[in-house]
Write a new protein. Sequence first.
Length: 115
Amino acid sequence: MEWSALYDRPIVVAIQRLSRSVDTGDIVLQAPVALRPDDTFATIRDRCYFWTKVMLAVAMRAVLNESIPPTSQRLEDGQQYYRLHPDVIALATRRLAVRLQAYRNHPWTHVHWPS
């Protein structure tokens, strides 16, 4: 998530088949994770874990039933993300705050988000 914030990319969870290289396996399912005005990396991470568990159950059934064909990735498209230095995490946190400010300024900010 921090890398996504640094590069202003959507936060996405994915279920992949295992492969020899990191993050290069065929994609079985993937979905963007919605952001909320009051989010932090901790709340986003919790939401990612929740959706990963749900998607894992759906993906296992789909693989067993052969109802969803996995999408291959090119080996050169795989990228490994490393643990961030605390200063880089601080930068990612500031960028996330800027991104979420757009949500706070939207007319629908009066909506009460479910937990």
